[in-house]
Design a protein around this ligand. Structure first.
Ligand code: 5GP
Length: 204
């Protein structure tokens, strides 16, 4: 069976990553999953343990980190977040594509973990619109909104480490673009290219 592909999706908080991922998951069905991260942040109303995140205490998080249980981990907006290695590797082995919705620090660590991943950055149409979306969501305090807005320009500085960018000014269009990029991502899977290069050696 063909192994699944890892897609890394980053973008500022409030840009609509979650909504895009939901629509993409629906369109792709069983052959794609969005990874469930571990975090030490408090659950928001409506979030379920094991579905939105695995909610851990700091002690539990550090124990898993020290046991090499994460593909990547990072301190984001004052809480720890990490991608569980076993969970992701099991899904890829089943032949499913896996999306990691993680911040830039984490994405850079994934580059150390594998050369087979496709990196997609989602941008807001404007900062004003981003602030409006975060404020409307109503789940963050003013201080948390300030921290998240400050992080935006910092994250955008790393855009050149990503393969593709999507501007989310229209949800349907963003979802279409994402689905197209996922097909492209499969075509340019680097391990296939390395296999071909390996076969050149046999021809020499
Ligand atoms: P939120 O708390 O709003 O769900 O997520 C806050 C930020 O943490 C987002 O930018 C999200 O991409 C990032 N994040 C979520 N899970 C992970 C993870 O496993 N690793 C890293 N590095 N960042 C994550």
């Amino acid at each position: 069976m063909e192994k699944g592909i890892l897609f890394v999706v980053s973008g500022p908080s409030g840009v609509g990553k979650g909504t895009i991922m939901e629509a993409v998951s629906k369109a792709r069905g069983e052959d794609m999953v969005v990874s469930v991260s571990a975090t030490t942040r408090q659950p928001r109303p409506g979030e379920t343990d094991g579905v939105s995140y695995f909610f851990l205490t700091e002690e539990e998080f550090f124990e898993k980190r020290d046991a090499n249980g994460f593909i990547e981990f990072a301190l984001v907006h004052g809480s720890w977040y990490g991608t569980p290695k076993d969970w992701v590797e099991a899904r890829l082995a089943e032949g499913r594509d896996v999306i990691l919705e993680i911040d830039v620090q984490g994405a850079l660590q994934v580059k150390e973990y594998t050369r087979d991943a496709s990196y997609i950055f989602i941008l807001p149409p404007s900062l004003r619109e981003l602030r409006r979306r975060i404020t409307e969501r109503g789940t963050e305090t003013d201080e948390q909104i300030r921290i998240r807005m400050n992080k935006v320009m910092e994250e955008i500085e790393h855009l050149d480490r990503y393969d593709y960018a999507i501007v989310n000014d229209d949800l349907d269009k963003a979802v279409e673009e994402m689905l197209t990029l996922m097909k492209t991502g499969r075509n340019r899977l680097k391990s296939d290219v390395y296999d071909i290069i390996e076969s050149y050696r046999e021809e020499i």
